[in-house]
Design a protein around this ligand. Structure first.
Ligand SMILES: [Zn+2]
Length: 133
């Protein structure tokens, strides 16, 4: 599996998303093929942005318009609602590299009680139900 496959072009970590963590109708992540994916992901403006068409750009920070208004809106919504920043993630990826970023993310979203993952949307662990600190 490609290392970036669970980090979306916008900086979202798909592995902490409720669509990815849930048992039923599990989403394979924004970068995977569109089968089984919620329609909101398939139609995502960012993923379908022209800068990703030729395959050279992997993340929004490679764009001249970074951060564009679409990304800023998404980022603001996530900061206010879920305490997570896409733009912050992207700047970290740019600064630290994808491997280090993923390593940090694993620690950041690890459940303190079990081996599970804290879901960014729900704010608790999908395995044991422990809340995010
Ligand atoms: Zn847990």
């Amino acid at each position: 599996m490609n290392i970036v496959s669970l980090i979306a072009p916008c900086g979202m970590n798909c592995s902490i998303c409720m669509a990815y963590l849930r048992e039923k109708n599990k989403c394979p992540g924004c970068r995977e093929i569109d089968t089984n994916k919620p329609v909101t992901r398939v139609r995502c403006k960012i993923k379908n942005c022209s800068i990703f068409k030729n395959g050279n750009a992997k993340f929004c920070f490679s764009c001249d318009k970074f951060p564009c208004t679409t990304l800023e809106h998404l980022d603001k919504r996530y900061r206010l609602k879920y305490g997570m920043s896409m733009i912050g993630n992207l700047l970290d990826i740019k600064k630290l590299g994808i491997r280090k970023f993923i390593k940090n993310e694993k620690l950041r979203w690890a459940c303190p009680e079990c081996e599970g993952t804290i879901c960014v949307h729900k704010g608790y662990c999908y395995t044991c139900g422990e809340k995010r600190k």
